[in-house]
Design a protein around this ligand. Sequence first.
Ligand code: SF4
Length: 219
Amino acid sequence: METKHTLPWKDTPAKSERIVSAITRIASVLRSGAWQFATTEGLNPTQVDILEALRLRRAGVRLSWIAQHLGVTSASASDSITSLTAKGLIEKGRDSGDGRAVALRLTRAGQDLAARISNSVGFAHEAVADLPQPTQDALFESLLALIGKLQQSNRFPEIRACVTCKYFAANKHSDSKAPHHCMLIDTPLPINLLRLDCPEHDQAPLAVAVQNWRELESA
Ligand code: SF4
């Protein structure tokens, strides 16, 4: 019988396309893991994101910060917060930096639920931790570089990452494993400890943040 052979790589999409496809599929698996859990708790995706964003910010944050952090409108964030407050998962208090402003924080029940949501994607943490250390390092640096590219083209919401922080000083040291510096705690910053979401983050001017992303690219 005659078989028609084709070259399996003939129609292989470009590498950039396959990388984006891989990221999309991983994100979809993670989302569905978290959402399956959240659905049983009667939460929608934005509410899940809010609980996760507040989990490590016990001092509380303002509504405008949440909207900016999630890349949603203030109206959408407000609706979700009203619902989470009614469920007893969020409470309103005074902002420590401005007594007239309202800060939102998790209640004890909210903290417990946010921790369980985080644990629902524990399988992904385990899979990453199982990769060889050099692979983890390369993956982290590559994802950071990609976030930088997307931020510079205004396609990624603001993040409280070292690279966009006013305390970050890029390439201040000759040590290739710890070339950067955190001026807040006045200590070298190893690449593998660069943060994506630091509670102490203070936004650097845009031009400085762009320059920092470029410095990371060229390192
Ligand atoms: S304060 Fe936080 S975000 Fe800023 S450079 Fe230091 S560790 Fe990074």
